[in-house]
Every structure is written in structure tokens, then in C-alpha cells.
Design a protein around this ligand. Sequence first.
Ligand code: NDP
Length: 315
Amino acid sequence: TKRTVIITGASSGLGLATAKKLAKSGEWHVILACRDFLKAEKAAKAAGLPKDSYTTLHVDLSSLESVRQFVKHFRATERKLDVLVANAAVYKPTAKEPVFTAEGFELSVGTNHLGHFLLVNLLLEDLEKNREAKPRVIIVGSITGNTNTLAGNVPPKANLGDLSGLAAGISEKSASVMIDGGEFDGAKAYKDSKVCNMLTVRELHRRFHDKTGITFSSLYPGCIAETGLFREHYSLFKTLFPLFQKYVTKGYVSEDTAGERLAQVVSDPKLGASGNYWSWNNDQSSFVNDVSDEVADSTKGQKLWEVSEKLVGLK
Ligand code: NDP
């Protein structure tokens, strides 16, 4: 029988490319966990996913209620869960004003971090039940959240500060919508959310790896400069950015290559060690990359965990 992988945000970009790779291998049944059912179905057909290789299930990560419903719907399929990939993300680099999730959190952190934080926590028991299958949880990270790299040093830099803004709720009603309590900045909010994603993986590893046997990983798939992630950027940026990445930074990867990389983190036995942040060399070999000081800060990771648990209603 096929193994089952859930991929959030599989209706475009990296998520779709990964779904395609795994579905076509014949070894995986892919749950496309998407907010736009029709778009996901159309994308799956256009990508040539074999008909019985996938199921589309609705989830809107900007609603915690929707995340809870998704978990119920997944359980109703009675499939054993082998791997969960938290891939979906929103990026609002040009937003002048913040927008909010259903529960009132700033959208980037609310969706990319809090929505996935709840999803992973709820599905841990499903993965643990399937321990003998060596289950994995992957949360997609990014170099933009890594201030120990050149790309991670392009301002505005990620910085969670003392988490006081997050602890106060990053809502319309609180003093700040930013994790560090500062002024709203859409690009920074995205980078902060990616730091949260990477901190969460390390904290998951610390709390649960020995107890559950689950492998927890993050990765930087390379700069996939043409995905929908940049849909809200200025049009000149969208023209120049892929060229800049191809010829100047040489960090550019196609959606297909990035999809192959994430598929390795899902299924390759060589990438089975827990607690790692994976990256790739230009010759396509994978390696365990260093993380920024902020991502390596386990005290911050623990604090982020405790604050996030309260915000999503787990504590
Ligand atoms: P895309 O915009 O192409 O894909 C993002 C996906 O997330 C889409 O399927 C989108 O759905 C989905 N999504 C957004 N909001 C929600 C929501 N509220 N609920 C459910 N799904 C949602 O971007 P990428 O493929 O580039 O991004 C995928 C991941 O890769 C992200 O985690 C990103 O941070 C990471 N990444 C990307 C890099 C790049 O260079 N592009 C570099 C490093 C990391 P819909 O199709 O309906 O819009």
C-alpha cells in the first residue's frame, strides 16, 4: 500500500511541484491541503497527477477553526499518516496596512506560523500512532529568516525580539501587530514567520523526537523566484528578481528542482535524521545547514512554543 503525505499549499509553486514528484513515484498518496478546492483540482490535473494518487481536502490556515475541521476530515479518510509537510505561506511585501486572520492575528504570522503550529500539534498523535513507519514532519523554512547568510541580511531583517508583541496577541486591538512589538512591516512579518517555522521544528525535535520517533525537519529549497509567493510584489521586481537570482546570487532553482528537494526530505532514507535544517549545493547534494543565532536560541524556541500554545487555544 501507498504511504500518505499531507502537503499544505499544494495548489501552486513548491507544494504542487513536490506533490507531483511524490504522486508520480507511485509510492505516495498525496493529500492536497488547500484553501481553494477548485484551484487545487485544476492544478493537480494540469500537473498530470494520476487520478487515484491524490485527494484534495480543504484547509484555510488563516482560520484555526478550519485547521480543526481539516484534521477531522483527514481522520474520516481513515488513512494512516506518514508525513506532514507544512508548506503554505503568504507574503505581503508591499502591504501598507496589516490584515488579519479569522481569529484576529496579523495574517503572515497567523497563517504561516500559528495555523501550522496548531495543525502540527493536532496531527502529532496520528503520526505517533504510525511510529513503525518512521513518520516525518517538515516545516518549510527560508534563508530570508537566516541572518547568518547574505540573503538573510537584506533589510528588513527578521527579529522576534522578546516576543512581547506576539504574547500580547498581534491583533488589531493590541499595541503592535509585530512579534517584536514594533511597527508593521509586511516583509519583516513574513521573515519573522519563517524564523518561527524553523524555531518550531527545533522545539518539536527537542520535545518529541525521543518520545515519538518522529523525524522533524526544516529546509531551504533554494530561491524559486517565479512562484506565486511574489504575486503581490511590484512588477519590476518580478521581472528583475529571477534574473538577479540566476546570474548574480546563483541561488535560483526551478519549481521542479525545488520540488525534488522537498520530496527528498519527505522520503529519502538519507535525510531521515531529526532536528535538521537541510540545504543543497549547486551540484544538487544535500547538507545540514547552520541556522542563525536567533533560530539556534532554544530559550526563545521554548518561549515561542508556550506563547503560541496559548494563542491557538491548546493551553
Ligand atoms: P506559492 O505562493 O506558489 O505557494 C504558497 C501556497 O500557500 C499556495 O498554494 C497558496 O494557496 C497557499 N496558501 C496561502 N495562504 C493559505 C491559507 N490561508 N490556507 C491554505 N493555503 C494557503 O509560494 P511558494 O511555492 O514559493 O512557497 C511555498 C513555501 O516555500 C513557503 O513556505 C515559502 O515560505 C517557502 N519558500 C519559498 C521560496 C521562494 O523562493 N519562492 C524560498 C524559500 C522558501 P493558493 O494557491 O490558494 O494561493
